[in-house]
Write a protein that binds this ligand. Structure first.
Ligand SMILES: C[S@@+](CC[C@H](N)C(=O)[O-])C[C@H]1O[C@@H](n2cnc3c(N)ncnc32)[C@H](O)[C@@H]1O
Length: 451
């Protein structure tokens, strides 16, 4: 087997995040987004003495449990690859994958409480980021998702199983308008062009929509006609805001160098567990609102009776978990890197008549040293990279009785749990919450107590 060769492999096992495992002549072969029971054909992308990795080109034989995909783009766009797996089976795989990570790291889950399903399995996303591009070089302008196994191809998304109709009508109107105007999309390699991304957010509970068009400033284009078109679409929800973000950076990420409000306000409002949350265009907010209610309820239950307790909400985003805790706690202190999210968190606390919350902007690893309060409970909800070792040192030094760790990446979670165990914490219980049906991702919530 050589790098670049095409091989067939039967998938026998799976590991996080949805990496199928098979064997060819005794060599372990990993295939991303391949599932036990499938026979897949793929190109070898990595070859080592102990293992190989392939990029799947085709499912040669389906697994016996597979169902028909809902979406026409299945297999072309990469976002929702697991829709051919029945939902119960998706939950089973995610559970096995996370359990295996704990076992291999020799970290206990404590009492394992199973996996909670997402309240909505389809159309659950409240945010989507689409890219402008073409499907084949020189083809017509598209607006949609990156194609699987094709570096620069963008497939137009007319119907998507992750979002609702309001996302689709905005996408359709946007791509039609800019096709008619003949405006070029931005080519990352050449660093040339105008249209980059379209980011849509729709608060599921309030129906409020924010449309954010991201372009370079290479062309001075008057967007007033586009604004009128977007304003006059027939929405199920309510359009609250149209934003133009200027981004001339070389990276393909959405980087807001300048934000121009073209219509309405600079935020939308979502409701979770009876509280209101302002969501600004670039602050983190869980992408599955109903799932978030379930996730935060788990955290609230794990906290138990928090009256007279001081709670730290580290990596707090717009302060959602902290404010849900604040109803019970004596005081909540939140820390978050994105300043805009902290401004929103403090405004949200006012909006929700919570006077016992203080949200601070900065890097947890730095800010944590300066906090004078003494926490009874620390809630950790870090990004995929986990808790920085410097921050972890202070978490342990604060010596709280209880730590609740909410993680979107079980790989970094198990490493951080090892550090907390060394710091004198005992894992009492673990539960999984599926916030992302049809994708490989899953949230894990762990409750730890000081020994
Ligand atoms: C998984 S999100 C959790 C947000 C929030 N708890 C929620 O449920 O909406 C992680 C958050 O950590 C923030 N973040 C990332 N690195 C950070 C750091 N070094 N210090 C503080 N916050 C950070 C991100 O901006 C993001 O809002």
């Amino acid at each position: 087997m050589k790098k670049g060769s095409i091989i067939e492999v039967k998938i026998e096992d799976i590991e996080f995040p949805a990496k199928g495992i098979g064997y060819v002549n005794g060599l372990k072969v990993f295939a991303k987004n391949a599932f036990p029971g499938q026979v897949v054909k793929g190109r070898v992308s990595k070859k080592r003495r102990e293992y190989a990795e392939i990029k799947v080109l085709e499912v040669v034989e389906k697994a016996e449990y597979e169902i028909e995909p809902m979406c026409d783009h299945h297999g072309v766009s990469g976002g929702c690859i697991q829709q051919v797996i029945p939902y119960e089976k998706q939950l089973e795989f995610k559970t096995d994958e996370v359990k295996k990570l704990f076992e291999e790291s020799n970290v206990t889950m404590g009492k394992f409480l199973g996996i909670e399903s997402s309240p909505e399995i389809n159309h659950y996303r409240n945010k989507m980021e689409y890219s402008f591009g073409d499907e084949v070089k020189g083809g017509e302008l598209n607006l949609g998702m990156h194609m699987v196994n094709k570096r620069n191809g963008i497939v137009n998304i007319d119907k998507c199983c992750l979002t609702d109709d309001d996302f689709e009508i905005v996408c359709k109107a946007t791509v039609n308008y800019f096709r008619e105007k003949g405006l070029p999309f931005y080519k990352v390699m050449q660093r040339e062009g105008y249209l980059r991304h379209l980011v849509i957010r729709k608060a599921k509970k309030t129906g409020e929509i924010i449309v954010n068009l991201v372009t370079t400033t290479q062309i001075d284009f008057d967007l007033s006609e586009y604004v009128e078109i977007i304003k006059n679409l027939d929405y199920k929800g309510t359009l609250k805001s149209i934003i133009h973000t200027e981004n001339n950076s070389f990276s393909d990420a959405v980087i807001p160098e300048k934000i121009n409000i073209l219509y309405g306000e600079d935020h939308i409002t979502e409701e979770l567990l009876g509280l209101k949350f302002k969501i600004s265009p670039f602050s983190f907010f869980q992408t599955n609102s109903e799932g978030a209610e379930k996730l935060y309820s788990i955290v609230r239950d794990f906290m138990g009776d928090a009256s007279n307790k001081v709670v730290f909400d580290l990596y707090c985003g717009t302060g959602t978990i902290g404010q849900i805790a604040a109803g019970k706690a004596e005081k909540v202190v939140g820390v978050e890197l994105i300043e805009e999210a902290v401004v929103a968190a403090n405004e949200n606390a006012k909006l929700n008549n919570l006077e016992n919350c203080n949200f601070i902007a900065g890097d947890v690893a730095e800010v944590i040293k300066t906090i004078k309060d003494k926490p009874d409970i620390i809630i950790l909800d870090p990004p995929r990279s986990g808790v920085h070792p410097k921050a972890m040192e202070y978490v342990v030094k604060f010596n709280p009785k209880q730590i609740i760790y909410v993680s979107c990446n079980p790989k970094t979670l198990v490493e951080d749990l090892k550090a907390l165990q060394i710091g004198g914490y005992e894992i009492e219980k673990t539960v999984l919450m599926d916030m992302f049906p049809h994708t490989p991702h899953v949230e894990t919530v762990v409750n730890l107590n000081k020994k």
